[in-house]
Ligand binder design. Structure first.
Ligand code: ADP
Ligand code: MG
Length: 247
């Protein structure tokens, strides 16, 4: 593959589990500051695509280039350090720590100017915690124990923990599942804001929500791309209606 301007270039990506191809020669390109939504029926391979990009699952063949760096050879930690953040379906926050502490522990170690004074580093972390808390609508809950947050707020806190690392690519698996209508709208606004500074890939089933955020939609079916278009075109696509939207 040649050098590209894409943040993420996935080419001919395949993973085979005992001969079953969960992802089958997938090719997909994500632009800088793009918000891409991936939809498709259960078992289509959506979560597996994120597992492959973040290094949790190793590919059988094909390539994943993040800013022209091959990810398929890297460990999960190396991929995080390269600038890829991934949120799983169930939130993994520290329930017995405060919102502030949850964000603080997510600040990347060894950041900041080499040899900078301890108090200077502390101020840097505190600034970042407050910035991120405002972004995820939890400025007024910094001292609250995370266990006491609503389900939606817990999801936002986990997004915040990822934002502490300032990833250039953020991937979210079904972020509004179980949220109230109001929380869904607030999450759409949140994602529309954070994709101004990074690329975002979201897996989601809620079409009203998808409409509010997607720049483009990729429809997966049996590990392959069935369609890739803006939302209105995807919704009018007969093949997509047949395998997914019509159900
Ligand atoms: P989706 O997220 O679109 O619902 P998944 O990516 O979770 O689908 O799964 C796609 C297919 O791959 C499913 O048939 C699933 O059972 C299978 N699969 C996913 N991960 C594994 C694994 N680690 N081992 C074996 N099969 C798997
Ligand atoms: Mg899934």
């Amino acid at each position: 593959m040649s050098i590209t301007d894409f943040v993420l270039a996935v080419e001919d990506l395949t993973v085979s589990f005992d001969g079953f191809k969960a992802v089958d020669k997938l090719t997909m390109y994500i632009d800088k500051n793009e918000l891409r939504v991936v939809i498709g029926p259960n078992g289509a391979g959506k979560t597996t695509v994120l597992d492959l990009i973040c290094g949790k699952t190793k590919s059988t063949s094909g390539s994943i280039k993040f800013k022209n760096q091959e990810l398929t050879k890297l460990s999960e930690h190396e991929i995080v350090r390269a600038g890829v953040g991934r949120k799983f379906q169930t939130p993994s926050i520290y329930e017995n720590l405060s919102v502030y502490q949850n964000l603080e522990v997510s600040y990347p170690k060894g950041r900041g100017v080499f040899g900078s004074l301890f108090f200077k580093q502390t101020a840097e972390v505190e600034n970042r915690v407050r910035e991120v808390a405002a972004e995820i609508l939890l400025s007024d809950a910094l001292d609250m124990e995370a266990a006491l947050l609503s389900h939606g707020q817990k999801q936002w806190l986990e997004i915040g923990m990822l934002l502490m690392q300032d990833p250039e690519l953020l991937m979210l698996d079904e972020p509004v599942a179980g949220m109230s209508a109001k929380e869904r709208d607030q999450t759409a606004d949140l994602l529309n804001r954070i994709c101004k500074n990074r690329s975002v890939i979201v897996i989601e089933h809620d079409m009203e929500f998808v409409k509010k955020i997607a720049h483009k939609v990729t429809v997966l079916h049996q590990g392959k791309i069935l369609a890739e278009d803006p939302m209105d075109k995807v919704q009018a696509n007969e093949k997509v209606i047949e395998v997914y939207l019509g159900h």
